[in-house]
Every structure is written in C-alpha cells, then in structure tokens.
Design a protein around this ligand. Sequence first.
Ligand SMILES: Nc1nc2c(ncn2[C@@H]2O[C@H](COP(=O)(O)OP(=O)(O)OP(=O)(O)O)[C@@H](O)[C@H]2O)c(=O)[nH]1
Length: 272
Amino acid sequence: MQARTPSERSRRQRWSRLLLGLGPRRSALLLLLPSVAACESLAWGTQMALGGTAGWAPLLLAAGLCGVLPPLLALPLLQQLRQLEKQNLALEVRATRDELTGAFNRDWFMHVSEREFSRSRRYDADCALLMVDADRFRNINDRYGRTCGDALLREIVQASGRQLRSPDLLARFSGESVAVLLPQTDPLGALDVAERIRETIAALQVSWNGAAVGTTVSVGVASLGVGHATLESLISDADGALHAAKEAGRNCVRAAPIQPRRSGEAYPVISK
Ligand SMILES: Nc1nc2c(ncn2[C@@H]2O[C@H](COP(=O)(O)OP(=O)(O)OP(=O)(O)O)[C@@H](O)[C@H]2O)c(=O)[nH]1
C-alpha cells in the first residue's frame, strides 16, 4: 500500500474532524446529497441530449441510480466514521485511565483535582486528599511474582473505590500508591474514609496458586487549610502524613496538622 503524504493525511483528518463534528446523521446527509444531485443531473443531461424526447426512461434510470449509488458511496465513509469514533473513544480512555487498574491516571487526577481545589478555595468549602500506599509491596512481588502483585494492586484499587462516594476521585498516583480527592469532606470525615480504606485492604486477599495473598496500606490525610495555596502543597502534606504512617509501623492512618480554613480563624480541634 502506498504511504500517504503529510498533506494528504492532514486533509483526511480535517474531513474526519468535520464529519465527526457534524454527527452521523448530518454527515450521512452531507455525503448523500451530492450523489443524489449527481443522479438528477445525469437524468436531466440525458433528457437534454435526446432533445427532451426520451420520456420517463432517464428519470427512472436516475431514480434507480439514486437508490443504489448514494448508499454505495456513503457506506465506506460511514464505516470509516464509525471506526474514527471508536478510535477517539479508545484514545480518550487511554489519556485518562491507568492501563493496569482501570482507575484514573495521575494526569487526569491532577487535571480534575486542580479544578476542585480552586473551587473549594474560592467558595471556602471543605476538601481533603488521601495518599494510600501499599505496605512492603516489594515483598509481594519477590515472593509471589509481579503478576500476582498486579492482581493485588487491581483489587486494592477496586476495594478502595467501593468506600467512596460518587463525587470523590480516585486515581493511581504512582507504582503502588493511590490518591483520593474528597470534595466537601471535613477533616474528621476524611479520617473516617481513610480508616475505612485501611480496614478494607487489611481484610482483602487474592487467591494465587493456592495461596491467599494480601497486604496492608498506610494512609496520609491532608485537609485544605489557609496555608494551602496550591494543590501541590496539599499533596505534599498528604505525602508527609503518609511518611509518618510508614514511620509509625505501617497499616495505619496519619493526618497532616489541621490548619484553619481562613486567616485569623482559630485552629479546629480534632479529637479522634
Ligand atoms: N506488581 C507490581 N508492582 C509494582 C508496580 N508498581 C510498583 N511496584 C512495586 O512496588 C514496590 C515498591 O517498593 P518500595 O518503594 O520499596 O516500597 P514497599 O516495598 O511497598 O515498602 P513501603 O512502601 O516502605 O512499605 C516495588 O517492588 C515496585 O516494583 C506495579 O504496577 N505492579
């Protein structure tokens, strides 16, 4: 097959974008109209060539061609259109999802969280972030193999997701860690979610070659306060709390120091 030149490719892409933008019905119409018009012109031309004496024959011929030619012309284009739509969907999934676990990926998490973070700051709303990290995961990989580690990671993501509400956002943040954004959640509520996730994972086991394999997670919690000027600063606080949880022996939850939400406000007291 002959390779297409860049200008040919970009022309095809322009067409495809135009057709995708129009939607399947309107683009089908756009493709059918010229061939209907071509058939009508053919009938009219034949009539003229025969001095208008041909009667109904050219008109019947044109009607027949109208019925056959347009679908024949439009079919491959519509098929290509459908394929492009499928490819677009696949690209969208690949751009937002983590391949191994099916959870949102880090880029998408940052994109959505950035908006939620700004909104929470603007409207002075609660917002919290959890960093969940599997404990001693290297041991799992070393003992049972990476495929088993992958299966366990998938289960960790799914089980954690089941502890969340629909506005919460969970993403695979890096290798064996997961980030969770909890909009409209106060510090106490965030600690509750973190503890629920920890307990759920501690009870989780995957069966692997006859063995029951499980792990625990450590969780760091950070709640939006006056000192968090950027999303990164909130993430960094959650990371610090996660580090404290690891230091405390793992399989536990630690929270970053709670800050007041507005300057001049008293520090909230959390007793948990
Ligand atoms: N199976 C699997 N393992 C992964 C994946 N991503 C990261 N890991 C592994 O996770 C392990 C992380 O190791 P460490 O950073 O030493 O952390 P850890 O062993 O979990 O120990 P702590 O975090 O200190 O409790 C490494 O062995 C990585 O190879 C993955 O996608 N699949």
